[in-house]
Design a protein around this ligand. Structure first.
Ligand code: HEM
Length: 424
């Protein structure tokens, strides 16, 4: 039986990535919220742990606001291997990645780059972000059709994060390919030839290759900045000082990887998913064209609707009960943002896409200690993209079904054919 026909929580295991590839997750989330909002899944493979699926908003808030009890340091995805010695013994891989650190380290690392992400810093880049967006639309406007993901949605977040980091223009496409390999490693499209495509081994090899190439690239950038200081994000990390201590090479490499991955793979899917949602709800699209002042609430609804980060995980540091279920010390809890953002207890008519929804306190960016550092940029990029698109190509719509990413970590769209009246 496929899980699509699951009628009870017992039949559901969200480790199965096919669920996400086939777009069935929301049906299963609905069953879990109703029947078993704190739900255990047994390990899918010997190297992995079992995990608790958390599907109600209240519980995700409680977990995220309690970083001493639910830590990120033992892995932030469902698939994180249990205490791998290979990682601990490798000076590069053992660097600290902010998103996988806990207090007090976490806040010290976050402070190093905070300044580049303040509302003011984001606002000051709006004209430039509009300029980049205009260039992206110029490139496709006369064609009448394109692949919305690769030609449009991917281009803006890629340009913004690469510029912030100081990555040369000639390497932007490489970054796109490498972050796809890391986060899309389970998808056959990103697996490299020679791998036994579709297997766990192929996924591991693809991800490792992506990480390796990325680290190699950042290693060169670090060397360049040591020789010649620069004020981009990589330069700031090279010169960073935490109470008299410098970051290790591993710390800097992990930081760079986090920024390029998080900046790239998330906003792209919000923009692609937003395009799809608008095409599927033409009355809402028309409302946005007629009332451009609705753009801010439309952006929030796109974020709620698409929830581009599918899950984040934590590990319990002691036994605790949630909704009567005993979570034991060392067990993994997986917070499903797509589910909490359709929680019936919080969102009226949650399956309706409504660009005027208010209030709309979604958790697409998480909450608490690790609240998304790039939320301001993401919101602005989505806003500017839809402002410009609907102004210049108002009849843009889909010309075929989306091709979804095989992943339960990123709610991704790999390709989305669109068509529109060519601009003259
Ligand atoms: C729509 C786009 C985005 C979504 C949905 C998203 C989602 C998230 C979520 C859910 C977290 C919380 C992780 C947790 O609690 O464990 C997070 C953290 C983070 N995000 Fe985003 N993100 C987006 C865009 C961006 C962008 C554009 C950047 C960088 C420019 C970025 C950088 C980060 C970083 C560095 C963290 C870690 C923060 C920390 O550990 O304190 N994100 N993001």
């Amino acid at each position: 039986m496929t899980q699509a026909s699951a009628r009870s929580a017992d039949e559901i295991n969200l480790a199965d990535q096919e669920i996400f590839l086939r777009g069935e997750a929301h049906d299963l989330f609905r069953i879990l919220r109703r029947e078993r909002p704190v739900h255990w899944s047994a390990p899918a493979a010997s190297a992995l742990s079992g995990f608790w699926s958390i599907t109600k908003l209240d519980d995700v808030v409680q977990i995220s606001r309690n970083p001493e009890l639910f830590i990120s340091g033992h892995g932030i995805t469902m698939q994180s291997p249990q205490g791998s010695t290979q990682i601990q013994n490798n000076p590069i891989l053992s660097g600290r990645m902010m998103i996988s650190t806990d207090p007090p380290d976490h806040v010290r690392l976050r402070r190093l780059v905070n300044k580049g992400f303040t509302p003011r810093a984001v606002r000051s880049l709006e004209p430039h972000i509009r300029e980049i967006t205009t260039g992206i639309i110029d490139d496709v406007a006369a064609r009448g059709s394109c692949d919305f993901v690769t030609d449009v949605a991917a281009q803006l977040p890629l340009a913004v994060i690469c510029e912030l980091m100081g990555i040369d223009r000639q390497y932007w496409q490489l970054m796109f390919e490498l972050t796809n390999r890391v986060l899309g490693s389970s998808d056959a499209e990103y697996q490299t030839e020679g791998d036994t495509v579709g297997t766990i081994e192929a996924a591991r090899a693809t991800a490792m290759q992506g990480w390796g190439r990325m680290f190699e690239h950042f290693m060169n950038m670090i060397e360049e900045r040591k020789a010649q200081p620069r004020q981009d994000l990589v330069g700031i990390l090279v010169n960073a000082d935490i109470d008299g201590e410098q970051l290790s090479l591993g710390d800097i490499l992990q930081f760079c990887a986090l920024l390029v991955i998080a900046g790239n793979e998330t906003t792209r899917n919000a923009i692609s998913g937003g395009m799809l949602a608008l095409a599927q709800h033409p009355e809402e699209k028309q409302r946005l064209i007629d009332h451009p002042e609705l753009i801010d609430t439309a952006v929030e609804e796109i974020l709620r609707w698409t929830s581009p980060v599918a899950h984040m995980a934590r590990v319990a540091t002691r036994d605790i009960e949630i909704r009567g279920q005993r979570i034991r010390e060392g067990e993994r809890v997986v917070m499903w943002y797509g589910s909490v953002n359709r929680d019936e207890d919080y969102f009226e008519d949650p399956y309706r896409f409504d660009i005027t929804r208010s209030p709309n306190d979604h958790l697409a960016f998480g909450i608490g200690e690790h609240f998304c550092l790039g939320a301001g940029f993401a919101r602005l990029e989505i806003k500017v993209m839809f402002q410009e698109l609907l102004r210049r190509l108002p009849d843009i719509t889909t010309a075929g079904p989306p091709e979804l990413l095989r992943s339960n970590f990123i709610a991704g769209i790999k390709h989305l054919p669109v068509e529109y009246t060519p601009e003259r």
